[in-house]
Design a protein around this ligand. Structure first.
Ligand code: HEM
Length: 136
């Protein structure tokens, strides 16, 4: 997948993250799972870095992401993901030119698929130690 970090630029990545999480905090379904975030400045910095690197930029902070565990603890569900992605589409399309917005949204959708997959595996839980294989 083509790197689009430089074309978008770190300032615009930070802007999208900022506007997105401002909306999350007032969103009818998303504000509840995000109520556990107390340091929004730090959360936005971590997410700006996450997207910058995901879009192909060079790492600039030393941080170990725990994406599966944190979403599990936050109560991730496929229904919340639908709302998350709808809001994300809206903000990215409002802030970024269409050709760059499409590339960014495509990455978000792929990560959403991974989160859904990890959620399904977690739901199967300790009863299925291999996680993946369950005879019908
Ligand atoms: C494609 C969609 C999504 C992406 C790309 C994404 C990405 C991320 C990333 C990278 C983090 C930081 C994890 C870390 O610090 O290790 C995070 C944190 C978080 N996400 Fe998501 N997320 C998505 C969807 C959702 C949804 C649907 C929910 C609803 C439950 C959610 C709730 C949270 C919460 C509450 C945190 C903060 C966790 C904490 O710091 O304790 N995310 N997300």
């Amino acid at each position: 997948m083509q790197d689009i970090a430089d074309a978008i630029g770190r300032d615009r990545v930070a802007r999208v993250v900022d506007v997105f999480y401002e909306h999350v905090q007032a969103h009818p379904t998303l504000q509840a799972p995000f109520a556990g975030v107390h340091d929004w400045t730090s959360h936005k910095e971590i997410l700006t870095h996450f997207w910058w690197v995901t879009l192909g930029g060079k790492r600039y902070i030393d941080y170990s992401y725990a994406v599966a565990r944190k979403h599990n603890e936050a109560g991730f569900t496929p229904a919340l993901l639908v709302d998350w992605l709808a809001l994300f589409h809206e903000i990215v399309n409002a802030e970024i030119p269409p050709e760059l917005a499409a590339g960014w949204i495509e990455r978000a959708e792929r990560i959403g698929q991974s989160l859904t997959y990890m959620h399904e595996v977690a739901q199967r839980g300790a009863a299925a130690p291999m996680g993946l294989y369950r005879p019908a």
